[in-house]
Design a protein around this ligand. Structure first.
Ligand SMILES: Nc1ncnc2c1ncn2[C@@H]1O[C@H](COP(=O)(O)OP(=O)(O)O)[C@@H](O)[C@H]1O
Ligand SMILES: [Mg+2]
Length: 243
């Protein structure tokens, strides 16, 4: 569904992404994992055309992402940025309906879709008229998820969607995400720095370090056979405390 071929991106002296090849197959969840600053967010931004690679290509269903294809491709991608990105001065309903309004949907059409998504994300309807600051962290993430799902996109790009949540809420949302992705058959690229989360959600895992792929494939393979010292350390550092 999405393919990166030898993409590189430099910011000043910083090589953020270094000749990466990555395939995100249709209907599967690809998890990007790695320490802070290794290039995960930059990779997602390339997939949605917010960052243009210095070299290499980004393909969406085999077609290169360029000025001609970008608009239509964007409407097929739900993108949830790090920190959720809700507008503080807009209500939940207004936040969720931003893109539909831009696309000139009838308000009634929007309302039907919002109702469906409230059910899917298990949010009470009473929250629609609140502002983001009047929600809990978990609720805010669910609203961001709703917004990303609004156009029923084929692809979901999620940048640390469960970043700052406490462990119980996080576990709950992980469960729900897995159910939602499987039920809807979405192609998902999810960024995390949490190994357990990767294991729970991923069909394929890509471990990154300093803009390069260290290891790619099955989660169980990463745990059992880390390819180098960095991979081994990364796995070791996140062993459950009670193991
Ligand atoms: N817009 C930008 N301008 C300058 N440097 C950037 C920019 N975006 C990312 N970087 C740098 O590129 C590297 C990778 O960043 P990022 O993709 O955000 O990493 P991650 O999401 O894995 O934490 C970091 O060193 C970061 O400081
Ligand atoms: Mg990031």
């Amino acid at each position: 569904m999405i393919e990166l071929r030898q993409v590189s991106k430099r910011f000043g002296h910083q090589l953020a992404v270094d000749a990466i090849d990555l395939t995100c197959p249709k209907g599967q969840t690809q998890v990007l994992i790695g320490t802070s600053g290794c290039g995960k967010s930059t990779l997602l931004r390339m997939m949605v055309g917010l960052v243009t690679p210095d070299s290499g290509s980004v393909l969406f269903e085999g077609e290169p992402l360029d000025e001609l294809t970008l608009d239509s491709v964007r409407q097929r991608i739900g993108y949830m940025i790090q920190e959720g990105g809700l507008f503080p001065h807009l209500t939940v309903r207004e936040n969720i309906a931003i893109v539909p309004r831009y696309l000139r949907w009838q308000p009634s059409e929007s309302d039907v879709r919002i109702k469906e998504l409230l059910e899917l994300t298990q949010l009470p309807i009473a929250l629609l008229d609140r502002y983001p600051r009047q929600l809990s962290g978990g609720q805010r993430q669910r609203v961001s998820l709703m917004r990303a799902l609004m156009l029923d996109p084929d692809v979901m790009l999620l940048d640390e969607p469960l970043g700052d949540l406490d462990p119980m809420i996080r576990a709950e949302l992980q469960q729900d995400l897995r159910i939602i992705f499987r039920e809807l058959g979405k192609t998902v690229v999810l960024v995390t720095h949490d190994l357990a989360e990767a294991g729970f959600l991923a069909d394929r895992v890509t471990l990154l370090s300093h803009g390069k792929i260290v290891q790619q494939g099955d989660f169980s393979e990463l745990i059992a056979n880390p390819v180098d010292e960095f991979a081994a350390k990364f796995v070791q550092a996140q062993r459950p405390v009670f193991a």
